[in-house]
Design a protein. Structure first.
Ligand code: PGA
Length: 256
C-alpha cells in the first residue's frame, strides 16, 4: 500500500487567544465540509494549550499534532510536557528539530535525537525538520549539513520505526521569508536525504519515510515545492493560519 501524502500546518505561537482559535476551528470545519481528501492527510499543529480544543472539535479529515515535547516521560521538569501526555490527549504527530527551536532554544543534534526517540516511544509520528542556512548553501555545505543532521537525529533508531518518521526539508533561509529554492534544488536535497538514509538503513525501510518540503509554501507554489520535485507533501507555517489556504494546498496535492 502506498503511503498517503501529508500536509502539515505549523501554527507556531499563534493565535494569541482561545477565542481566535475557536474561530479558526469553525472556519476549518467549514472548509473541510466542502472537501474530502482520499490520498492526503491534513495535520494541524497548534500551540499545545489549544490541542484539546482541536481534538474535541473532531473535524473530519483533520488530524492533530504539536510543535514540541520534552524527552522525559514524566517527573520534576517544571514547565515541560511529555510526548505521552500529548498522545493521551489524542494527538498523532509531533514536530521536532525545527530551525526556530534550534536557533532560539539551543536544540542541538543530541537533544533532537532524545526528543525523536521519546516521540516514537509514545506512539506519535515524528516530523523531523532539517535544513541548511544560506551561508552553508553558499559555501556548498548543504549536503554535509543535511547528512550530519540526519545522522545525529537517527542515531539509535531501529529500522522498524522509520514508518513513523516524516522528514521535512526546510532550508532555514526559506522559512518565514518568501525566498524559495527551485524544484531542482529541492530534488537535489531529496536525493541527498535518500542517500544518507541508505547509508544507515535497508532500502525497504527507507521507502516508508515520507519526505516533505517546508519554507514559504503557498497554494500557488505547490507545484514548485511539492509536485515537481515529487515530494510526499509540505510543511506549512504562515499560510496554515488561514484555513482556506491550508485546505487549498491539501486539495491541490490530493488532486495530483
Ligand atoms: P513558513 O514556515 O511557511 O511561514 O515559511 C514554515 C515552517 O516554519 O515550518
Amino acid at each position: 500500500m502506498t503511503q498517503k501524502k501529508i500536509v502539515i500546518g505549523n501554527m507556531k505561537m499563534n493565535p494569541v487567544s482561545v477565542v481566535e482559535f475557536e474561530r479558526y476551528l469553525d472556519m476549518l470545519g467549514k472548509e473541510m465540509k466542502k472537501n474530502d481528501f482520499e490520498k492526503t492527510e491534513l495535520v494541524i499543529c497548534p500551540p499545545e494549550v489549544y490541542l484539546t480544543k482541536l481534538v474535541d472539535e473532531k473535524i473530519s479529515g483533520v488530524k492533530s499534532g504539536v510543535q514540541d515535547i520534552f524527552w522525559e516521560h514524566q517527573g520534576a521538569f517544571t514547565g515541560e510536557v511529555s510526548a505521552a501526555m500529548v498522545k493521551s490527549l489524542g494527538a498523532g504527530f509531533c514536530i521536532v528539530g525545527h530551525s526556530e527551536r534550534r536557533k532560539y532554544f539551543g536544540e542541538n543534534g543530541e537533544i533532537i535525537s532524545l526528543k525523536l526517540k521519546a516521540i516514537l516511544k509514545s506512539g506519535l509520528t515524528a516530523v523531523l525538520c532539517i535544513g541548511e542556512s544560506m551561508e552553508e548553501r553558499k559555501r556548498e555545505q548543504t549536503s554535509g549539513v543535511i547528512k550530519k543532521q540526519l545522522k545525529e537525529a537517527f542515531d539509535g533508531i531501529a529500522p522498524g520505526r522509520l514508518e513513523h518518521i516524516v522528514v521535512a526539508y526546510e532550508p532555514i533561509w526559506a522559512v518565514g521569508t518568501d525566498k524559495l529554492p527551485t524544484s531542482d534544488e529541492i530534488l537535489e536535497v531529496k536525493i541527498i536525504i535518500k542517500k544518507s538514509l541508505a547509508e544507515m538503513y535497508p532500502a525497504k525501510s527507507i521507502e516508508k519515510v515520507r519526505l516533505l518540503y517546508g519554507g514559504s509554501v503557498k497554494s500557488n507554489l505547490v507545484e514548485q515545492t511539492c509536485l515537481d520535485p515529487a515530494m510526499d507533501g509540505v510543511l506549512v507555517g504562515r499560510e496554515s493560519l488561514m484555513p482556506y489556504e491550508i485546505v487549498k494546498i491539501a486539495k491541490i496535492i490530493d488532486g495530483n
